[in-house]
Every structure is written in C-alpha cells, then in structure tokens.
Design a protein around this ligand. Structure first.
Ligand SMILES: [Zn+2]
Length: 607
C-alpha cells in the first residue's frame, strides 16, 4: 500500500503538513510522547487522588486546577500522538496498519480518562452550601465558569450508586431501541428512477436525496418508495419512540427535573429563558417560511408543493471556483471585515493547515478540527470548484477564526465553544462571502443563489424550531396519556410541520410517517442550536452592516470560548439575548432576503 508520508504532504501545499508533529507513522517520537503523557497524567493523578483538602479550601483547589490546566494544555489524555493519528486516519481511512496504531492510542487514552475523572467528579460533589465560597474566591476567577458548569450539572446528579444503575441500564432501555429503528432503516433499499432515466436499486439516504431532484418524475417515484419504507417501519418505531419517551420521563422524575428540555440546556450551557425567547420569537414569524413556500410554488408553476418538494433545487448554480479563486475571494471579504481574519487565513495557508482536494481513502465532507489549545487547528475540505465549496471553505474558516481568537485569550479549560453558539462564526463568514459572490453575479444567477440560500436558512431556522416544538408536544402528550399510537404521533408531527410551511405545502399522504426517520428527536431537544447559531450570526451581521465598528464586539464574543455562558457574554457587550427583539433582528435579515428574491423573480418574469 502506498502511504502518503508527511514529507510528501509538505511539498504539495494543499495537504496537511503534519511534520510539526512527526516525520512519519513510525517516528520514535510518537512512543516518547505517549510515555510523556503517561508520566504527566499519573503525576497529577497520584498527587491528588487521595487528597480531600482541595474540596474544602479554595486556595488548594486553585493550585490543583492550575496543575490540571497545565496538563490539559500540553498533554491531555492522548497528547500529540493521539491528535496525529486521528488526523492521519481522516486522510487515509483504508490503511489497517494505521487504524491499529490509532486504536492502540485510543485504548491508552481511555485508561487515562478513567483514572483522572475522579478529579472533576469530586469537584461536582462539593456541597451546595460551600459552592459560593469557591465561586467567590478571587484567585479562582479564571476557572469560575468551569466550576459553575460542573456545579450546574451536579445539581441533577443522583448518588454514585444510582448513577451506576442508570448507566448500566441505559443500553437496554434507550440505546438499543434507537439503534434498532435506525438499523432497520439502514437495511432498506428500493428500485427507483434515476436522474439519467435508468432504474436502479438505491439505499434509503440515496432515495431521500432523490426526493429533492429537479426532475419531477424522479422525485415523485423516490417519495413513493420513501413513504412505503416509513409505513413499513412505523409500527416498530411507535413502540421504540414510546419506550425512549418513557425512559426519559422516568429519568427526569428521578432527577427532579422540572421540564423535559432542561438537562439539554444545562449541558449546552444555555439558559432556558434564552431558548424560550428564541422559540417564541421564531414561531411568531412563521409567516416568513409560509411566504417563501408560496413563492416557490409559483416559481415551480404549481398551486401547492407536495411535502417532499419543499427542498427542490429549482436551478443549477453555474460558475467555476477553483480553490485559488475561492481563497482570493474569501481573503478579500475577511480583509474588509477585520485584518485579523484574513491574517488567520494566510497563516493557515502558509502552514499547510488545509487538506483541499478529494482523493481515494480520504473522508468525505468538510470539517475544522482542534484538540489541545497548544496544537494547531486543521481544516479538511473536498473542493470540487463549485459555489458550495467556496461557502464551505468560508464556513470552516469561520470555525478556525473562532478557535484562534479563543486560543489567544483563554486558558485550556475554557478552550471550546458551547453547542448553542458553535455555528455563529462559521455562518457569519459564510454569509458575508455569499454577499460578495452575489455582487458579481448576473440577475439569473443571483436568483438561483438567493433561492438556494432561502432553502438553507429556512430549514436551519424555522424547520428546526418546528421540530423543537414538535418534541415538546410529544413529551408532554406522552406524559399525559402514557402511550401514543403512530397515528397520534403522525398527527402531532404534521401539525408542527404545517405550522411553519403554511398552505402552499401539502401535508401529503405518507408524510405523516416521516418522524420515523428523524433521528434528531431521539437525542432530545438539541435542534434549537441550529437556529440559535444562525440567528445570532444574522443578528451580528445586521449590526456590522449598519456599523462596521461592531466587528469589535463580534471579536470579543468569538474570543470568549467557554469562559462564561452565552447570555452573560452578550450581556457584557450590552446585548440581551433573553429579549425576543434580539432574535427579531436576525429574522429580519431572512425576511429582507425573501423580499429581494420576490422582487428579482418578478423583474425576471419568473412569477
Ligand atoms: Zn459548522
């Protein structure tokens, strides 16, 4: 097997340069690093595991946390060797030797993880009455929110023994159920009409994607096949869903949780009042998606769209964007916003932190990855010269910029982003780059791009909020009735889908079972974070467009990492995200895009 050695990687410039770690997969430095991680980890573990003083005296806890932070900064549970092999497996997925090396380090990592977790588990057990002494202690200021996060989660934890029972039972009472439905669906195939006019057997995800084809015959046949598969599994999914709703109810009662979505909010470090304001604000503006679908039906020349037609791409988007061209365009936009942003792009490029093109053995999609605060960030792309690829590059760079700003300002315990705001920087950069692209486009091209953008924004904001309210009703109905039939689940599902789609999208026969396929609802209430990320981003875009100086606030927010809750970070910048008018600003941006799209469609005689 031909191996891509890091030395060769460096030459090309569009693949990751991993030589700053090691000279190859057999570099003796790898084993040396593993040993160093072991030494440092067990030095910490052995020093603190039998002590109790750090749980009583703030000054001692400060000392322990400083040491913990230093360990997490340079070593963590797997050090450079773990990061290196993880990165290597992403660009060379089929090499069994590499996989074996990665697994070995993973095994080592789990051992360290298990042995060191006593530290924060015991901090979590500091009695409630004593917690303020630690939170108020001046020296612990830099770790205040780290402690607050641990204490918040601990408030709903049961005794060690009870937690153990819940943990041991969770595979049979929750995970296996969810896996069963998804495994059944993964095995499904059907013969459908393909884009090229032939017929072929396709898997469920492939069929799902064909339901959005711009060839009507293709999408209608795919939808029929999709509906048949959902119908076939609805009965089993009914029992599965009722079981996991029941399991969640029991857990919530044991923990004394007041509302089904509370633990999600706590683990995401977001206040319930912020999520409530978001849901209320977005639900109050469902006229936006309703008007969009009416426009879309007109553009397609039909009275009503069928349920599966709401995401149909009406036109192909033309234009070739080489990686170099995309880079230049993005650099220009970033430079216009703030030179720190363009500087980060230049730095990544110079240090070969991008892996740009698709190739055999490399994973699909795109991501931006970071690990320890002392290690560089890397971006993986699969650039194929399409407009989408430019936006993807801007998106991942947004994550990268977010990382670098946090790295510059925060300690290792605050290095990261809460789920609720993880997508702010990425969508912020993506939208500004899209506006630059629109500037140079013809009217026809512009319309195609704007419709594509509305498709995405509406799915991310309104559909996810409708899903959230669907989940809320599902849990509350279940808790009242004790069991929900597939018919009842389907009815609740269609009610919430219709609430944002409006009268121009039909809740077609068969679509009442599409919840069978919706895996998000099995993981409970996290879909709000798609909407919160994009809307915070849009609200910030609106403010920056009005006053470019506001970019300073954006940078402050992006530098904060996990140092405080999103609510408090914004509060310090004079922005109240518990106020529903904050969310309205972002929603206004979507409405403006809808209005501009309607005017352009009229101008071009499309409606
Ligand atoms: Zn992202």
């Amino acid at each position: 097997m031909k191996k891509i050695t890091p030395r060769k990687i460096k030459k090309t410039g569009t693949t990751w340069d991993l030589t700053k770690f090691y000279n190859g997969d057999d570099d003796p430095g790898i084993e040396e690093n593993r040993k160093a991680v072991e030494r440092k980890s067990y030095a910490f573990i052995n020093k603190w595991k039998d002590r109790k003083d750090y749980l009583k005296e703030p000054a001692v806890l400060l000392k322990a946390l400083d040491e913990y932070e230093a360990w997490k900064r340079d070593y963590g549970t797997d050090g450079d060797a773990g990061y290196y092999f993880w990165l290597r497996t992403q660009i060379d997925r089929n090499d069994p030797e590499l996989k074996a090396k990665f697994n070995k380090i993973e095994e080592f990592k789990r051992r360290v993880e298990n042995d060191i977790q006593f530290f924060y588990l015991r901090i979590a057990k500091i009695p409630k009455a004593c917690q303020p002494d630690f939170l108020k202690y001046k020296g612990l200021g830099k770790y205040r929110h780290f402690l607050e996060r641990i204490f918040a989660e601990a408030a709903y934890m049961l005794s060690e023994k009870e937690e153990k029972v819940l943990n041991l039972k969770s595979a049979t009472s929750y995970e296996n159920w969810v896996r069963m439905t998804s495994d059944f669906l993964a095995k499904e195939e059907a013969r459908v009409l393909l884009e090229d006019g032939s017929r072929g057997t396709k898997t469920l995800p492939e069929i799902a994607s064909l339901t959005s084809s711009n060839n009507k015959k293709v999408r209608d046949i795919a939808a029929k096949a999709f509906n048949a598969i959902m119908e076939k599994h609805a009965e089993v999914a009914e029992v599965e869903l009722n079981s996991i709703l029941g399991n969640k109810k029991v857990d919530d009662e044991l923990r004394g949780v007041s509302r089904p979505d509370l633990l999600r909010h706590i683990s995401d470090d977001i206040d319930s009042e912020v999520v409530d304001a978001l849901i209320k604000s977005v639900s109050g503006r469902f006229d936006i998606p309703t008007r969009y679908y009416a426009l879309k039906a007109k553009l397609l020349g039909v009275k009503r769209l069928r349920y599966h037609e709401r995401n149909v791409e009406i036109w192909d988007i033309a234009g070739k964007y080489t990686y170099e061209k995309a880079g230049r365009l993005i650099h220009k936009v970033f430079q216009g916003l703030d030179s720190t942003f363009s500087g980060i792009l230049t730095g990544y490029s110079k240090n070969s932190q991008f892996d740009v093109y698709p190739r055999k053995g490399k994973g699909s999609g795109a991501f931006c990855v970071y690990h320890l605060i002392s290690q560089p960030t890397y971006i993986l792309l699969n650039h194929t010269d399409k407009l989408r690829d430019v936006l993807t590059l801007a998106h991942e760079l947004g994550h990268g910029i977010n990382n670098e700003l946090i790295r510059a300002r925060q300690n290792a315990l605050n290095f990261g982003t809460p789920t609720s705001t993880a997508e702010v920087a990425s969508t912020f950069m993506e939208d500004f780059v899209l506006q630059e692209i629109l500037k140079g486009a013809s009217d026809e091209q512009k319309l195609a791009i704007m419709v594509m953008k509305l498709n995405d924004d509406i799915s991310t904001i309104f559909r996810q909020v409708a899903c959230y309210t669907f989940e809320q009703e599902l849990h509350s109905e279940f808790r009242q009735k004790g069991y929900l039939s597939k018919k009842e689940i389907g009815k609740i599902f269609q009610k919430h889908m219709a609430s944002y789609m409006g009268g121009s999208v039909e809740q077609s026969k068969g679509s009442e079972n599409w919840w069978v396929y919706w895996s998000h609802i099995r993981y409970f209430f996290y879909v709000y974070s798609y909407a919160s990320g994009l809307l915070i981003s849009k609200s910030l875009q609106y403010s920056v467009k009005k006053d470019p100086g506001v970019i300073h606030n954006v940078k402050e927010f992006l530098s904060a990492g996990l140092s405080d809750s999103p609510k408090n970070i914004f509060m310090k910048l004079g922005i109240d995200i518990t106020d529903i008018t904050f969310w309205d600003k972002g929603l206004d941006e979507v409405e403006t895009l809808l209005e501009e799209t309607t005017v352009l469609a009229r101008k071009l005689g499309k409606i």
